[in-house]
Design a protein around this ligand. Structure first.
Ligand code: DQA
Length: 145
């Protein structure tokens, strides 16, 4: 079983950006956490980060025949990007959405998720742990297919 873990804009600045919201741990710490969580579950993973919408679309498309599931935090592109929604629908690979913060208790514009419309589940407000929950959820979901 192989998962693509895809992170959107500004997540590369974790630890620096708004630590009161996103925590003090770096993006490198997140990739270590995710790699360890996948290893724990006996899952292969590839981890991506991009600040560019089109590149995120390319990464999602490259999942065709290359991964079984997608964990995605589209970051700011969550809310306005129909291109990311369409890419997830186009590849039709089971996807789970993750947000470090609890987007529902923030500004109203963060409560709309286009990407989430193509995802089977969302984990939000759990920090890094949300990625681990998404990985475990996808593993169970994929093993039942
Ligand atoms: C985020 C929430 C988004 O609203 C925001 O634009 C981000 C990060 C999160 O992980 O909490 O960049 O996706």
């Amino acid at each position: 079983m192989k998962l693509f873990i895809i992170n959107g804009p500004n997540l590369n600045l974790l630890g620096i950006r708004e630590p009161d919201i996103y925590g003090s741990k770096s993006y490198a710490a997140l990739t270590e956490f995710v790699s360890a969580a996948c290893k724990e579950q006996g899952i292969d993973c590839e981890i991506f980060q991009s600040n560019h919408e089109g590149e995120l679309v390319d990464i999602i498309q490259s999942g065709l025949n290359n991964c079984d599931g997608i964990v995605i935090n589209p970051a700011a592109y969550t809310h306005p990007s129909i291109a990311i929604l369409d890419a997830l629908k186009a590849v039709n690979i089971p996807a789970v959405e993750v947000h470090l913060s609890d987007v529902d208790s923030r500004e109203p514009f963060r409560q709309i998720s286009y990407a989430g419309m193509a995802c089977i589940k969302t984990f939000k407000g759990m920090g890094f742990e949300g990625y681990r929950q998404a990985i475990i959820f996808l593993k169970e979901y994929l093993s039942k297919l």
